[in-house]
Design a protein around this ligand. Structure first.
Ligand SMILES: N[C@@H](CCC(=O)N[C@@H](CS)C(=O)NCC(=O)O)C(=O)O
Length: 210
């Protein structure tokens, strides 16, 4: 498989972790968001939305949207499950994942920040305040719900961890005060101790120095 990725893309980071955890052979093809490669014709031919990630399967078929990609990988490679077998517990894990994917990530995305800064002319401080506000809103609710022993749902890594860790990376990058989120912080430490997560970290990507 070929994953179109950008080292700091949290949506691509989720998929990188899943590919590692499930032991799926793949190669990474960087798409430089800062240079606008995702908006060019070549990449839009793969994903007309102009967003990373995109996943090219071995037979050439393409998938977009990280949540759809993760669902596909979960269905095709069930040996290392990322959802609890119990349907209620699986729905809780999906709820935490959606809290991040639907309620935090989209409003803090690069194109939103560019619009706020470029079109609406907000200051850098206002941009940071916006960014941190939406993470705090989500993390406050997550902190109350997560098991954190040692992962989001307890003793097994689940999809929720794949969504949380990239979001914490973003939070730390924007110097968010994490002191109110001890559970989230301990999950961050526990996950990063696993090779599948460590290998997927932005700083360990081939395009991190470009
Ligand atoms: N819902 C999409 C979001 C994808 C997304 O927003 N990717 C970001 C990077 S994390 C991106 O490509 N941003 C480019 C931009 O905002 O211009 C998914 O989960 O795949």
């Amino acid at each position: 498989m070929e994953l179109f990725t950008y080292f700091r893309s949290s949506a691509a980071y989720r998929v990188r972790i899943a590919l590692n955890l499930k032991g799926i052979e793949h190669r990474l093809t960087p798409v430089n968001l800062l240079q606008g490669e995702h908006l060019g014709d070549d990449y839009r031919a793969l994903n007309p939305q102009g967003l990373v990630p995109a996943l090219k399967l071995d037979d050439g078929r393409l998938l977009t949207q990280s949540t759809a990609i993760l669902e596909y990988l979960e269905a095709e490679y069930p040996d290392r499950p990322l959802l609890p077998a119990d349907h209620y517990e699986a729905a809780r894990v999906r709820a935490w994942s959606n809290l991040i994917a639907c309620d935090i990530h989209p409003v803090d995305n690069l194109r939103v920040l560019k619009y706020l800064k470029g079109t609406l002319a907000i200051s850098d401080d206002e941009k940071t305040a916006w960014y941190q506000h939406w993470i705090h809103e989500g993390f406050k609710a997550l902190e109350l719900q997560l098991a954190a022993e040692p992962y989001c749902h307890g003793s097994d890594v689940t999809l929720a961890d794949l969504y949380l860790i990239p979001q914490v990376y973003n939070a730390l990058r924007f110097e968010l005060d994490m002191s109110a989120y001890p559970k989230i912080h301990s999950i961050w430490d526990a996950c990063n101790a696993l090779p599948a997560f460590d290998d997927a970290r932005p700083e360990n990507q081939p395009d991190s120095t470009i």
